[in-house]
Design a protein around this ligand. Structure first.
Ligand code: GAP
Length: 465
């Protein structure tokens, strides 16, 4: 890792913990690798991103409906989808310190692109680096690394009697992606909503993968949330709808404050055998030192419904009443990691500014995504100020996520609100008692405006809604 990237990752990981966004999970027991918990502000931010996605994907569309399917699914689901046999990563171990790496990620560090390459190809590249003396453990520097071998990403569990052993016949898998539930509920959705093609089903939920992880904070974790939408259509309109979704999703990022220069499309050249097109939206992470995938947009053909139809024996074909044609719908997917978006929005919003010779750290989130919208700060703990401040707080919290804070100096309180990205701070001072007005400070410009208390609600609604 370069110093700059290491520095940014450290700054953001430490801010996230200090300010209650993200904590390493089970920390008092020594933690668990690549598993994280979300604190108060992290949960609020994550929920706001989720809601912004849902609004765009479901609420504001006529052709997409929602779903919340179970994490546990019939084990055959993952045999039919090909995950049990083929959802693997190539793993390399350090024999000295026991660190574990992904072979394709090691090669990436040398500028060799080997995503989804067969094992023989990966090992040929690794052997060459070994011969040249370049292959070293990123953790301890040892040259004693194993060849790449296949490692299943599927997380096993068992369900049923607690005394049952985890025998092969008892194994169920924690879903590795949320779309499996969408395919299995495709028929119930059509039968219950009488919806016509083309249409999409969207859902947000947890997914689990036994990832071989590098130090990437919440970018790649073993438990994470996906926001996926599967769009069912006739193959003749795949190209048109694919382009439409690509365009729609791109605009969503720009709408929530991302800059065009920070994003790019990555076209997959090596596609799964059933896929006809796959692009990723990539964001240039300061914390990870370059462009990385945040969302995938995939044209998946009729593979999913055909496979589930074959393995379940249930006909999942669609009859078009207008044309009289019966066919298996093809699927266009948009799939994005919610936790990855949390990192993307923090990474994008993180700004350090010089103010009066001091460094001000601000998270300049889009206001709709900011965890807290308004902070109410009385300038003294005297009741004559805390009473009206609390009254304002009680009123505004019915409308927005609002915080009340009467501790510490005003400078420290502003600093804390800047670091969690609160767009507006409202101070109640002794002048308030005379002019029945408060001072509203804008997070980004730090400009202050005097607003009458009875106009405050309207003023903030105008800024925030
Ligand atoms: N259904 C398609 C699918 O799951 P994917 O490229 O494996 O495709 C889609 O995952 C998105 O899910 C990725 O772009 C990423 O944002 C997120 N994602 C995947 N694995 C992840 C992990 N281990 N941790 C966090 N996010 C992950």
């Amino acid at each position: 890792m370069t110093d700059k990237k290491e520095n940014m990752l450290e700054k953001i990981t430490s801010l996230a913990k200090r300010r209650g966004f993200v904590f390493p999970s089970s920390e008092i027991y020594g933690g668990m690798q690549a598993i994280y918990d979300y604190g108060h502000y992290g949960t609020l931010l994550k929920n706001n991103i989720r809601d912004a996605w849902w609004k765009h994907m479901v609420q504001c569309r006529d052709d997409v409906v929602g779903l919340d399917s179970a994490i546990f699914m019939h084990p055959t689901t993952w045999v039919a989808s090909g995950h049990v046999g083929g959802f693997n990563d190539p793993q390399v171990d350090c024999r000295k310190c026991k660190s574990r790496f992904r072979a394709d990620h090691i090669l990436e560090e040398f500028g060799i692109s080997a995503d989804k390459a067969p094992l023989e190809e990966l090992n040929a590249h690794l052997d060459k680096l070994r011969e040249e003396g370049k292959l070293k453990c990123a953790n301890c520097g040892s040259t004693d690394l194993t060849p790449a071998k296949i490692f299943s990403l599927m997380v096993k569990s068992n369900i049923g009697s607690p005394t049952d052993e985890l025998k092969e016949e008892n194994v169920v898998y924690l879903r590795p992606e949320t779309c499996g539930g969408i395919y299995l509920e495709y028929k119930n959705t059509i039968d219950s909503l009488h919806i016509k093609l083309p249409f999409g089903i969207a859902q947000v939920g947890k997914a689990f993968r036994n990832e071989i992880v590098a130090r990437q904070f919440i970018f790649r974790t073993r438990e994470f949330e996906q926001m996926e939408m599967q769009y069912f259509l006739h193959p003749d309109i795949m190209k048109e709808k694919y382009d439409m979704w690509k365009d729609t999703r791109w605009k969503w990022y720009l709408e929530y404050g991302m800059k065009k220069e920070e994003l790019r499309w990555y076209k997959h050249e090596k596609l799964a055998h059933y896929a006809s097109e796959a692009y990723d939206v990539e964001y240039n992470f300061k914390t990870l030192g370059g462009f990385k995938e945040v969302e995938g947009i995939h044209a998946r053909g009729d593979w999913d419904l055909s496979q589930h139809s074959k393995y379940s024996g249930v006909d999942l074909s669609y009859f078009d009443e207008k044309t009289g044609e019966k066919f298996t719908p093809h699927i266009m997917e948009t799939s994005v990691g919610l936790n990855r978006l949390v990192l993307m929005f923090i990474d994008h919003s993180y700004v350090e500014e010089e103010v009066n010779g001091e460094t001000r750290v601000v998270l300049k989130f889009d206001k709709r995504l900011a965890p807290v919208k308004v902070a109410i700060l009385p300038l003294s703990k005297k009741e004559e100020l805390t009473k009206p401040a609390r009254e304002i707080y009680e009123k505004l919290r019915q409308l927005f996520m609002v915080e009340y804070d009467e501790t510490q100096s005003i400078g420290k309180r502003y600093r804390r609100q800047d670091e969690i990205g609160t767009p507006y701070c409202v101070t109640v001072d002794f002048e308030t008692l005379n002019d029945k007005a408060v001072t509203v400070r804008d997070r980004d410009t730090m400009k202050q405006e005097r607003i009458a208390i009875d106009k405050l609600e309207e003023y903030l609604k105008g800024k925030l809604v």
